[in-house]
Design a binder for this molecule. Structure first.
Ligand code: AHR
Length: 497
């Protein structure tokens, strides 16, 4: 059967939450230190210690929300170590990540300043695994209480008069693993207890986030929803795309075989099944969909770059990662009713980064460009798009050759994102535009493609994989026929005229 896609502009499916384009920055490797924080005395151009180039790049993609300080680091982090004069802050060993000394120079004030500079919402992840209820409760008081209290006064002593606004607060991270190796029943009880003291001060209203399942641990979701859903606003899900069959050999980030290209995309597409199945359980306890699903860790996880600290999780990023990002966003859009936020792991220099740095140099990865191209969907209304682009087969297995999603923004412009997963063949997709009352429109587009399966950007060649204007389409009788190059991600804009 010939490829085809049907776009029903009149079938509106709710808002695509801008927070789906969120980020995650942990005290891990060179993410915070060097990637974001260089200190005021650094020769790298910075504002109050935060590098200017990285801030500018993140603002360009409209970063909506940033999760911090972990990850596994969150359940070892004691926030009081990271306040007050920097030179007096405690030093500790970052036992999870590379055994390096953490000097706590980047703490609460620095993080809140970063969010201010980025114009994004902070998402703070509290410590349940090794922290106390009092410690978590005091952190919230320190951050958000404007009245007379010990924590409010401590904040003011440290130079911040007004409380900050903090909406998103996570009560523990991966408490089934690095966050305490708990059983769901035990964590559900702890969650209920800890969240009680995550208070709403003044007019600050906290969105309480419970630690959700790892991948397909449906029992975790069942227990958490049954025992604690009425105390939470969202539940998290973590799923990484790991092409290798073992954690010891996850596969390289570059120089991989075609079989690994296919396997990576096949595994990335599993996100759809996971969200669908966890949502069925959530629907049972929360049919009104009050509780959101937050995929606050997702992305590719490969072997580290040769010669780098294995605990730093530093990996290159190729057109394959761009496809993973595009496929994943199309899946998140499809589940926009339940998925309210997602945070790629991680922003700079760790796992599927959007930015890589080396000293003063910075490079934007193919994944960055997908965030940039797809930002048009932020807070737009999803519209119904059915795509049948046939199958992409490899070694007897099949995945869809084309995936897509669409939205309409406040100005009435329709955006269609399409991914061609095939590493060797172009995809011709006729999109039949229906339900727009005969509206005439003009089409423009942007495409990101590679000429090799591991095409990537380096500090020496930063624009090897960069978005280009897309002209390979025809428009005839309300049908937009796009010709997508092999291994490409494209976004089309249909502007009414
Ligand atoms: O993102 C790296 C690590 O992956 C996080 O610290 C942890 O939550 C997850 O296992």
């Amino acid at each position: 059967m010939a490829n085809r896609a049907i776009l029903n502009v009149d079938l509106r499916r709710g808002t695509i939450n801008r927070n789906i384009y969120g980020h995650f920055s942990e005290h891990l490797g060179r993410c915070i230190y060097e990637g974001i924080w260089v200190g005021e005395d650094s020769p790298i151009p910075n504002t109050n210690g935060i590098r200017n180039d990285v801030v500018q790049a993140l603002k360009q993609i409209n970063i909506p929300v940033l999760r911090w300080p972990g990850g596994c680091f969150a359940d070892e982090y004691h926030w009081k170590d990271g306040i007050g004069p920097r030179e007096e802050r405690k030093r500790m060993v970052n036992t999870h990540w590379g055994g390096v000394v953490e000097n706590n120079h980047f703490g609460t004030h620095e993080f809140m300043m970063l969010c201010d500079m980025l114009g994004c919402e902070p998402y703070i992840n509290g410590n349940v695994g090794s922290g106390t209820v009092q410690e978590m409760s005091e952190w919230v008081e320190y951050l958000t209480f404007g009245g007379v209290s010990p924590m409010s006064e401590l904040r003011q002593t440290n130079g911040r008069q007004e409380p900050w606004k903090v909406t998103y607060f996570g009560v523990g991270n991966e408490n089934w693993g690095c966050g305490g190796n708990m059983r769901p029943e035990y964590y559900a009880d702890l969650y209920r207890r800890y969240q009680t003291y995550v208070r709403n001060y003044d007019d600050n209203k906290i969105h309480r986030i419970a630690c959700g399942p790892n991948v397909d641990d449906y029992n975790w979701t069942e227990v958490l929803m049954r025992e604690a859903s009425r105390f939470m606003d969202s539940l998290t899900l973590h799923y990484y795309t790991v092409p290798g069959d073992t954690w010891e050999d996850k596969g390289p980030a570059t120089g991989f075989e075609t079989s690994e290209w296919f396997k990576t995309l096949e595994k990335a597409l599993r996100m759809d099944e996971l969200i669908t199945k966890h949502s069925v359980i959530m629907d049972k306890y929360d049919p009104e969909k009050r509780v959101g699903l937050i995929v606050d860790e997702w992305g590719t996880w490969y072997n580290v770059e040769p010669g780098t600290n294995p605990g730093f999780l530093y990996q290159q990023n190729t057109i394959r990662d761009a496809l993973v990002a595009g496929l994943t966003f199309n899946i998140f859009h499809k589940h926009n009713e339940r998925v309210r936020m997602a945070n790629i792991a991680q922003t700079v220099n760790v796992l599927q980064s959007v930015i890589l740095t080396e000293g003063e140099k910075m490079v934007l990865t193919p994944t960055y460009h997908v965030f940039d191209m797809f930002k048009v969907h932020q807070d737009a209304e999803r519209i119904d798009l059915e795509v049948d682009g046939g199958a992409y087969s490899y070694d007897g297995r099949e995945i869809p050759a084309v995936t897509g999603s669409a939205s309409i923004n406040a100005d009435g412009v329709v955006h269609i994102s399409l991914c061609n997963t095939n590493h060797a063949e172009k995809a011709v997709v006729p999109v039949d535009v229906r339900g727009w009352g005969g509206q005439s429109f003009e089409v423009t587009g942007t495409v990101l493609a590679g000429d090799m399966i591991d095409a990537h950007n380096t500090f020496a060649a930063p624009d090897t994989v960069a978005p280009q204007a897309f002209h390979s389409f025809t428009v005839e009788g309300g049908v937009v026929t796009a010709e997508l190059p092999p291994m490409s991600v494209a976004v089309l804009a249909l502007t009414p005229k």
